[in-house]
Write a protein that binds this ligand. Structure first.
Ligand code: SAH
Length: 374
């Protein structure tokens, strides 16, 4: 045998992230193994409906297939570093995703329904002026398995007597910007709405964005989920300061994307999030600007009383100011709710999630991750 003749290596199966793989990814793996596509549905049911990730227990698969699957499957369990519960029932988990980073996930109960707020990134590059996550910097995108894993672990850790569904709504409003991690987000959205996995209705899954305009269009084209836009200001000069991605995608562009989203999904309203910052964006003129800007788009508005965090330079608008702002919007025909702060005592409220992030972002790249500085 000549020295350069190569001995074929044993075939190593492509790794399959079991908790993050959607039906298409599972079917593609099965096809490579010469198996029919319906096997993907069987795996989804085992993993997501029954909480089984030990392939040996997947009894409706043949023994040989179970063995091949076990060789290929990677199951990333996320160690729980902390679990807290507020007196108002809100619960917060801190999940370790790697030795340097941990992300937070919140469950917010409301009467008999529970909303899960998941993180998509360890940290965030967008650096919104009023947000604790942005202040921490950015380490990395989460994988599909780490995003879906937050739901998987909480769902299957629920006591067996939990009536039917442990979670009723999923909102991508945790740490990070979901549309900046679209490649990992997209399979998770499919898992959530797949009847063989979690079977959430399209009304019960919400993606929130600070305004990544091109990705809003992509989301609109590829998924049918609810869109929330973190607007917070209706004038470019103010929004440039509060939500710096506005310098790249200014209000005209963002409002255009919201209009197109609503056009593509005529049965939907776009949810507008607006944090109430004392003396910053809460005047009657601000309310008027908001009404003008969004005229003709089917929206509903959530006013979010600012939640403070250590070192934040803002204060919450007084209740009377929030009420007057709400009244102006309602009088202009816009359905407007004030979001009741939840989980404040355990720093689980909007904008307070910080986890533990090993920031890798030089200060000058903080704002957009595209090299544009302040
Ligand atoms: N990056 C996405 C997902 C985060 S959602 C986005 O920006 O939409 C979290 C929501 O809470 C956003 O609307 C965000 O702007 C808002 N928020 C951030 N910091 C806050 C704070 N300190 N108080 C109240 N709301 C805050």
């Amino acid at each position: 045998m000549s020295a350069i003749e190569r001995i074929p290596e044993p075939r190593s199966p492509a790794p399959l992230p079991l908790i993050g793989a959607d039906r298409a990814a599972l079917a593609a793996w099965m096809a490579r193994e010469g198996e029919p596509p319906f096997r993907a549905r069987q795996i989804l049911a085992w993993v997501h409906q029954r909480g089984v990730v030990d392939c040996a227990q997947m009894t409706d698969l043949g023994l040989a297939l179970r063995a091949r699957l076990a060789d290929a499957a990677v199951v990333a369990r996320l160690p729980v570093v902390a679990h807290e519960r507020d007196a108002d029932g809100t619960e917060k988990w801190l999940f370790q995703v790697d030795p340097q980073n941990a992300v937070e996930t919140v469950v917010i109960p409301d009467e008999d329904r529970r909303t899960l707020c998941v993180s998509t990134q360890a940290g965030c590059v967008l650096h919104c002026a009023f947000c604790a996550t942005g202040a921490q910097g950015f380490s990395r995108n989460l994988t599909s398995a780490e995003i879906a894993g937050q739901l998987w672990q909480i769902w299957h850790a629920a006591p067996p007597r939990t009536p039917l569904r442990p979670i009723h709504n999923v909102v991508f409003m945790g740490m990070g910007e979901p549309l900046a991690n679209y490649a990992a987000l997209s399979p998770v959205l499919r898992l959530l709405t797949d009847d063989c996995a979690y079977g959430f209705s399209k009304w019960r899954v919400t993606v929130s964005t600070a305004g990544l305009v091109p990705m809003i269009d992509r989301l609109a084209a590829e998924h049918d989920v609810a869109l929330a836009v973190s607007l917070h200001a209706a004038r470019d000069d103010l929004r440039d300061r509060l939500v710096p991605i506005n310098r790249i995608h200014p209000l005209d562009d963002l409002v255009g994307a919201m209009r197109r989203y609503a056009g593509r999904h005529p049965d939907r309203e776009v949810l507008v999030e607006y944090v109430m910052l004392d003396g910053v964006n809460d005047t009657p003129a601000d309310a008027r600007d908001l009404v003008r800007r969004l005229a003709g788009i089917p929206i509903k508005v959530n006013l979010i009383p600012f939640n403070s965090f250590p070192g934040s330079p803002f204060a919450r608008s007084p209740a009377a100011v929030i009420e007057a702002f709400q009244r102006r919007l309602i009088d202009s025909g816009i359905r407007t709710l004030v979001r009741r702060p939840r989980g404040e005592a355990i720093a689980a409220a909007c904008g307070q999630l910080a986890g533990r992030v090993a920031n890798r972002l030089p200060e000058r790249h903080r704002f957009t991750g595209t090299g544009v500085s302040a």
